[in-house]
Design a protein around this ligand. Structure first.
Ligand code: ZN
Length: 427
């Protein structure tokens, strides 16, 4: 199978080549200077691990290696670098190469978390003008202080004046612009920051907790994969009252007896979204559900099997967009627990009430991109669904043994018209 070899080659290529090939010559930067940001966590922008988004009144900033801007009026994307003849590959020249881990907040001035010169420490908050000039260091985050290595996956969000972030399994908050030592601990598990060493070389925490942070109004939420009394690990949702920082567990991933079997039965939901005291979630291999956080009452919203058995979803306050990918092994064969997700060609759109709205075909786009093997949903707003396609190229397409190039393209699908467009070739 050609697909088989391509996937394997693609994996190798992804591991071996991280070449940030520039492709943009569009140096006519047209980014509004007077932009207004939001003080609130932007829920619909924080559901993908691919890059980071920040919304202003006039557009979206998006980092994927470089910094990009999607204008709301034209819905076109541009790289945020106005330097003439810049190919956006040189850190010392290009404005767009900001090396942000997370975009936090901002309008005229943007704030983000990043490292210094590619090292992993210290962890710094930077600011810049919204055309990516005038970069300043704002503050250093208390980071990696309880152990000698990174343990939990690090993540950070901004909400109403504070940065909430994870370091070594500990959840901290600190004011934007605050002193490093003023960081408060919101929650810390019993075995926080436990590391193990093998031959003095590799250090990691085998029980690192996987967190997802969320905020709405006066409440911070975090989903954490923790050990239950029976020794198993499952995703549990915690709620922190921001008026007094009290934390309590309010929900846990349901069991198969409640919602049936799915890809990660009893461990974690495939995707979730909290708004107005309700958690909406999708179970790949299962269905679309909601649960009331106050009572735990579960309601099935949609039998998504009518469209696709497996998939990946993202939510907004209005929609759930469901991509019909499936878990596969490195050979492209269906495999529960496989680390790849491929074979997608359609997005199915649902209302938050579970009503099926429409399907949007990606087949024409995929044919056009020829070799687009992976699709990652990024975010959905009231008019469009944004996603990445990753394709691979080969010297000899008849006998591919080594991918020689990787093309990652930012795309969008319009909800009203179903039109699917390529916005920008990122790499
Ligand atoms: Zn540049």
């Amino acid at each position: 199978m050609k697909t088989t070899k391509k996937l394997l080659a693609a994996l190798l290529a992804a591991l071996l080549t991280l070449s940030p090939a520039g492709c943009g010559k569009d140096n006519a930067l047209n980014i509004p200077a007077n932009q207004t940001g939001s003080e609130d966590f932007q829920k619909n922008l924080h559901q993908s691990d691919k890059g980071s988004f920040l919304e202003t009144d006039t557009g979206y900033y998006f980092t994927y290696g470089n910094l990009y801007f999607i204008a709301k009026d034209t819905k076109t994307a541009t790289i945020v670098c106005a330097k003439p003849d810049c190919d956006h590959t040189d850190d010392s020249i290009c404005n767009a190469r900001i090396h942000a881990d997370y975009l936090l907040t901002g309008g005229e001035t943007l704030y983000y978390v990043g490292y210094v010169n590619g090292s992993t420490q210290p962890k710094l908050v930077h600011s810049m003008k919204n055309d990516a000039t005038d970069r300043q260091t704002v503050q250093e985050l208390k980071y990696n202080e309880t152990s000698t290595s990174r343990s939990s996956k690090d993540t950070a969000i901004y909400h109403r004046g504070y940065i909430y972030y994870i370091s070594d399994d500990i959840l901290y908050r600190v004011k934007l612009g605050g002193e490093k030592d003023s960081a408060e601990i919101i929650w810390s598990p019993e075995n926080a920051g436990t590391t193990q060493s093998y031959g003095g070389m590799v250090q990691f925490n085998p029980n690192a907790i996987r967190y997802t942070l969320w905020a709405e109004g006066d409440t911070l939420y975090f989903m954490a994969n923790i050990q239950s009394n029976d020794g198993t690990y499952k995703d549990v949702l915690f709620q922190c009252d921001l008026s007094d920082l009290s934390v309590k567990q309010i929900w846990a991933t349901p069991g198969a007896d409640e919602v049936g079997e799915w890809e990660t039965t009893g461990v974690s939901v495939s995707q979730w979204y909290v708004t107005n005291g309700t958690i909406y979630f999708y179970l790949s291999g299962g269905d679309m559900w909601r649960a009331e956080l106050a009572t735990g009452e579960l309601t099935k919203l949609a039998d998504t099997h009518e469209q696709t058995k497996y998939g990946s979803a993202i939510f907004s306050d209005e929609y759930m967009a469901l991509l019909n990918d499936m878990p596969t092994d490195s050979y492209g064969n269906f495999a529960l627990g496989g680390i790849f997700r491929t074979n997608a060609d359609t997005i199915y759109l649902y209302g938050l009430d579970g009503s099926f709205i429409k399907e949007i075909s990606l087949k024409k786009l995929l044919a056009d991109l020829s070799g687009g093997l992976e699709i990652d949903l990024l975010m959905c707003d009231s008019t469009d669904i944004y996603f990445l396609t990753t394709g691979y190229t080969y010297d000899d397409p008849n006998s591919p043994t080594h991918a020689t190039g990787r093309a990652i393209t930012l795309c969008r699908a319009n909800i009203e018209t179903g039109e699917v467009l390529k916005l920008y070739k990122l790499q």
